[in-house]
Design a protein around this ligand. Structure first.
Ligand code: FEO
Length: 383
């Protein structure tokens, strides 16, 4: 597949993977992208996951059309992209490996060698000429690991964006970009909003016509749309108005309250997303709370703490720097209810959270008093 006259796609689709990075379900698989730039010199952009060594090397060989590569540019050392560096080096021993100094340290860790005979270390603003194409390297620490660089090709106006602008799903999956790109970004890079903002600022002045990420489709049109979403996500701004209700329910009484709240809000014209944390995809639930302005947390007191799925959910939020949102609380407890206190304690270090004034306390099952609290909460949340 040609991206431009000189840039070819040589990535692979992974349709067998069960959990990406050991935790994310990917019903439509995963793409590991890699590219070849052919000029007076030939550069290969990244490798792919270890399980696709033969397919990738074969794609590369076809793209090279009998020539030898001069450079392997490694933008990110996570093994979904770096696993085949050694195989590449064995097949093309004269090619130089171009990467950040931190990457070469990691190569030693992964491969027992940092390819010292072949290495070219690049840093912020360094350029590599391939002939008519000049590649400029931009550091992108923590988007998604500390060693990451992204690469700008000024001739074809292409930004090779590493994990940035990637998404879950095999390359040719026909699905909404934002949904799986958001789940990917919030899940994988979400904690590092500040660093993503820094990268967006560094690339803002570049004339970019094509974005070539390491996962998901190459972006060729309407780039402002994707860049704007990245700006919203990485600055923790609200993307969509609406209320997420994240809940756990042991015998259905908390669920009954949650469904009532949903109906009340929906009747008032509020968009509501329900997530049963014991049954839904946790990454999707986390994504929703970063997308919408308000999250209602509803759970039971359990072992003098909260129900385990809610604990896990709040941990996912806080470790990703959840902030700048309204949070409301519904607790249930048959004796000594303390779920709201525990949840608030877990959110203590989160910045700019606005707690709803109205809280709902259920003693085992809804009664007249808790019904009133539910109504008051619904009133408050639709304002
Ligand atoms: Fe796609 Fe952070 O590796």
């Amino acid at each position: 597949m040609n991206i431009t006259q000189d840039i070819k796609y040589i990535g692979v689709n992974d349709r067998d993977i069960d959990l990406f990075e050991g935790q994310y379900i990917v019903p439509n698989g995963m793409a590991y992208n890699s590219y070849v730039i052919t000029d007076d010199k030939i550069a290969v952009m990244d490798t792919v996951d270890a399980r696709f060594k033969d397919e990738w090397l074969s794609n590369l060989e076809k793209a090279l059309d009998g020539k030898n590569p001069d450079y392997l540019i490694i933008q990110h050392m996570e093994p979904d992209h770096s696993a085949n560096i050694r195989h590449f080096a064995e097949k093309y021993p004269n090619a130089k490996i171009v990467s950040s100094s931190k990457s070469f340290v990691m190569m030693k860790g992964f491969f027992g060698t940092d390819f010292v005979e072949n290495q070219i270390v690049v840093g912020e603003g360094d350029a590599l000429s391939l002939g008519s194409h000049t590649l400029t390297f931009i550091t992108a620490p923590m988007v998604h690991w500390p060693e990451v660089i992204v690469t700008y090709d000024s001739k074809d106006k292409v930004l090779f964006s590493a994990d940035g602008f990637g998404k879950f799903g095999a390359y040719d999956t026909d699905e909404d970009w934002a949904c799986e790109a958001r789940r990917y970004y919030i899940g994988i890079v979400g904690k590092y909003g500040q660093q993503t903002q820094a990268l967006l600022k560094k690339t803002a002045g570049l004339d970019i016509e094509i974005i070539c990420p390491l996962h998901g489709p190459v972006l060729t049109e309407n780039l402002e749309y994707y860049i704007n979403l990245y700006d919203i996500w990485s600055s923790y701004r609200v993307e969509s108005e609406g209320v997420v209700i994240a809940y756990t329910s042991v015998y259905g009484n908390t669920k009954k309250a949650v469904l009532k709240l949903r109906d009340k809000l929906t009747a008032k014209g509020v968009e509501v997303v329900l997530n049963d944390l014991a049954r839904c995809d946790m990454a999707e639930a986390v994504e929703d709370s970063f997308r919408y302005g308000t999250t209602v947390l509803a759970t039971t007191t359990y072992n003098a703490d909260i129900f385990p799925f809610m604990r896990e959910f709040i941990n996912h939020l806080t470790e990703r720097n959840f902030q700048c949102r309204t949070v409301a609380f519904i607790e249930n407890g048959s004796w000594a209810p303390m779920a709201t206190k525990v949840m608030k304690g877990m959110l203590e270090k989160s910045k700019n959270l606005n707690y709803a004034e109205n809280e709902v306390k259920i003693i085992s099952a809804l009664n007249e008093e808790s019904e009133k609290q539910l109504e008051a909460l619904a009133e408050e949340l639709c304002k």
